[in-house]
Design a protein around this ligand. Structure first.
Ligand code: NAD
Ligand code: TYD
Length: 369
């Protein structure tokens, strides 16, 4: 389904610290990386919040070059110890509170992890970099990748051009504001201290291991449970969807070929209205699970109260990463959604345990049922 960047066989091995590696994108990235570069050392640091799940990395347990550490990115001494004892040269920073609706209910954790946590990592990496690498004449392959979102740019009308790397930041939710703050810190560490940071701003991801609070997995699971499919507002909001593996391939290129201090937009050029996306999911589920009692699934669609401050449209102009690094997304929305619906259909043992008391309490707060 996908092609991978083509690097020379004799590339020197790397030592990666992957924060948030037990979450959705982080775990897809870690599996991708360990398969693609088995000679590299990969250390995952993850606090295992409600969104982190050791099962996401089960296939890597026992592999020689893989290590999982449960811990918080705000824990400075733990981060320092890991950087030093593992001789890390590459940080890929995914760890975050990532869900807009939760940031509306309680922004505090977003400031703590996304802003303070990123600052803590950057500070620890700065000292590590300066003492371990600069003294030895630098390490040309060292890099700190700060994985961020297109939501920092705010919202677009249907007629606006897509976000470029030059679009001014205008975040509208506590989530996007906290990510914007951390993006600025990453940028400042390059300009002030010469630490090789790179910021990537990616559009909405989807695919396997996506926690069921986000639109696509929530819809898949609700269809399988015969529950209403809650569409916010008029359903006309637009998101630009990217299959998670295409994001991993983009990060691979940025790690190997990105310019320190630069930012790269990553997006699939797949703008879809929410209501159209939900209808596509319904049709796929009807086809792939013909025995569901509630079919056709479209009967389950329920328009509900809009999200406060709901951004109308996101769209990414990915020209820079395409022309400078040669990245192109390889999975169409039709193909990716089919794979994703099939995955949720065949991985009920993965998602059923996630419908915990905490999840039900969250669901009740947002949807009222
Ligand atoms: P996720 O919520 O699925 O995973 C986040 C992970 O971070 C979890 O494993 C969690 O346990 C861990 N974590 C949270 N707080 C932590 C802390 N204080 N210390 C250590 N670990 C902690 O998120 P995701 O969707 O995989 O997103 C990963 C990153 O990509 C985030 O930075 C997000 O802002 C960014 N991003 C996401 C999307 C998207 O569509 N999901 C798009 C663009 C960018
Ligand atoms: P989401 O997956 O939460 O991602 P983000 O808010 O970061 O873009 O939501 C995607 C879109 O789907 C967004 O416009 C909000 C909408 N949405 C619903 O209509 N219903 C839902 O239950 C959820 C979770 C999201």
């Amino acid at each position: 389904m996908t092609s991978t960047p083509n690097f020379h066989e004799n590339r020197p091995s790397r030592r990666l610290l992957v924060t948030g590696g037990a979450g959705f994108i982080g775990s897809n990235f870690v599996r991708y990386w360990c398969t693609r570069y088995p000679g590299d050392r990969v250390v995952v640091l993850d606090a295992l919040t409600y969104a982190g799940n050791r099962q996401n990395l089960a296939s890597l347990v026992g592999k020689e070059n893989f290590r999982f550490v449960q811990g918080n990115i705000c824990d400075r001494s733990l981060v320092e110890t890991l950087l030093e004892e593992e001789q890390i040269d590459t940080v890929v920073h995914f760890a975050a509170e990532s869900h807009v609706d939760r940031s509306i209910l309680g922004p505090s954790a977003f400031i703590q992890t996304n802003v303070v946590g990123t600052f803590t990592l950057l500070e620890a990496f700065r000292i590590h970099w300066q003492t371990l690498f600069s003294v030895k004449g630098g390490n040309p392959q060292g890099v700190f990748i700060h994985v961020s979102t297109d939501e920092v740019y705010g919202t677009l009308t249907p007629r606006d051009p897509a976000f470029t790397e030059k679009t001014p930041y205008a975040p509208n939710s506590p989530y996007s504001a906290s990510k914007a703050g951390s993006d600025h810190l990453a940028r400042a560490y390059y300009h002030t201290y010469g630490i090789p940071t790179i910021v990537t701003n990616c559009s909405n991801n989807y695919g396997p291991y996506h926690f069921p609070e986000k639109l696509i997995p929530l819809m898949c699971i609700n269809m399988l449970l015969g529950k209403p499919l809650p569409v916010y507002g008029d359903g006309e909001n637009i998101r630009d969807w990217l299959y998670v593996e295409d994001h991993c391939r983009a990060l691979d290129l940025v790690i190997h070929r990105g310019t320190p201090g630069a930012t790269y937009n990553i997006g699939g050029n797949n703008e879809v209205k929410n209501i159209d996306l939900v209808r596509m999911l319904c049709r796929l589920m009807d086809e792939l699970a013909p025995d569901l009692p509630m079919r056709p699934c479209e009967k389950l669609i329920a328009f509900v109260k809009d999200r406060p401050g709901h951004d109308r449209r996101y769209a990414i102009d990915a020209t820079k990463i395409k022309t400078q690094l040669g990245w192109t997304p390889s999975v169409t929305v039709e193909e990716g959604l089919r794979q994703t619906v099939l995955w949720y259909l065949t991985h009920q043992d993965w998602w059923r345990p996630l419908l915990s008391e905490e999840y039900r309490a969250y669901y009740q707060q947002v949807y009222g049922n």
